[in-house]
Design a protein around this ligand. Structure first.
Ligand code: G
Ligand code: G
Ligand code: MN
Ligand code: NA
Length: 253
């Protein structure tokens, strides 16, 4: 209850910040994208993990305004970096199922934010989970955005209740191998087998594939051998403030 009431005020009081985690293309070493990750510093409690406050925001109807703020902030930031002379960079924004509520009209909101910030739609990637992709209404929203060149990625791939059939119906650009599989590299042959199957699936479906939560050189080597396209994780960078992310982008440009 206390957290819920604090959350209501957090947007107005500018307590949220977006952090950015680089995504590295293995073939070139280039940073090809950044995942936007929401951070909240409560004035009394201090930092609170999104794993704690996002479910509360979802329950209390606050996920729509908060999600919209993240989208606007991340799109404006990507455009500002381009205006500052950095190469165009894809910004990946996580979506909550709540943002697909039909009365909200996510497609119209995303288009409005792209128009307002002037960001090229091809520089925006929406991260959804498999259960969101399975809904026909959500698929229609994503189809509409995708016809405007916005990209779609499947987060936490292989961890939700879903069949792979949505990959036929919903044009997806990218799949993200969940950290829970990456952790098993070198330890758990079943995790390795699942990752190899995902890499093969991506190859034959011509999808980009990225591994999340890569922390060790052993994990990196396994993924490199499997021709995984991109890597995200502490091995390269943890999520960084906008200011630090900009310095990283500059040193890579
Ligand atoms: O960055 P971190 O590991 O603390 O994030 C924890 C969880 O919160 C992850 O599952 C991540 O996807 C989710 N998350 C972070 N930022 C956002 C956001 O802006 N919107 C939504 N819906 N989820 C987010
Ligand atoms: O659910 P989603 O995949 O969006 O969540 C991403 C979360 O994973 C973020 O909270 C981010 O901070 C976290 N994360 C990113 N890289 C690593 C990593 O290498 N190790 C661990 N433990 N967490 C990571
Ligand atoms: Mn994500
Ligand atoms: Na994930």
């Amino acid at each position: 209850m206390y957290i819920k009431n604090s959350l209501r005020r957090a947007l107005d009081h500018q307590e949220f910040e977006v952090f950015y985690q680089p995504q590295i293309e293995l073939a070139t070493g280039r940073i090809t994208g950044l995942e936007a990750l929401l951070r909240w510093t409560h004035p009394k409690i201090g930092p609170i993990s999104p794993e704690v406050f996002i479910p509360i925001a979802e329950e209390s109807g606050l996920m729509i305004p908060i999600g919209e703020w993240v989208l606007r902030t991340a799109c404006a930031q990507s455009k500002a970096w381009q205006d500052a002379g950095l190469p165009p960079i894809t910004i990946a924004v996580n979506l909550s199922a709540r943002q697909f509520a039909p009365r909200y009209d996510l497609a119209a909101q995303v288009k409005a934010i792209l128009a307002e910030t002037g960001l090229d739609p091809a520089c925006l990637e929406l991260e959804i989970t498999e259960n969101m992709a399975m809904h026909d209404n959500n698929a229609a929203v994503l189809q509409e955005l995708r016809s405007d060149n916005v990209r779609v990625s499947i987060d936490d791939f292989g961890t939700h209740y879903s069949s792979l059939s949505y990959l036929k119906r919903l044009p997806v650009d990218k799949i993200k191998i969940d950290r829970s599989f990456v952790i098993g590299i070198g330890k758990e042959p079943k995790d390795e087998a699942i990752i190899l199957a995902m890499l093969l699936l991506a190859k034959h479906m011509e999808l980009t594939i990225i591994a999340e939560g890569v922390e060790t050189s052993e994990q990196l080597a396994f993924l490199q051998t499997g021709e995984c396209h991109e890597i995200q994780g502490y091995f390269y960078y943890p999520p960084k403030s906008a200011e630090t992310a900009q310095q990283i982008l500059r040193s890579h440009a």
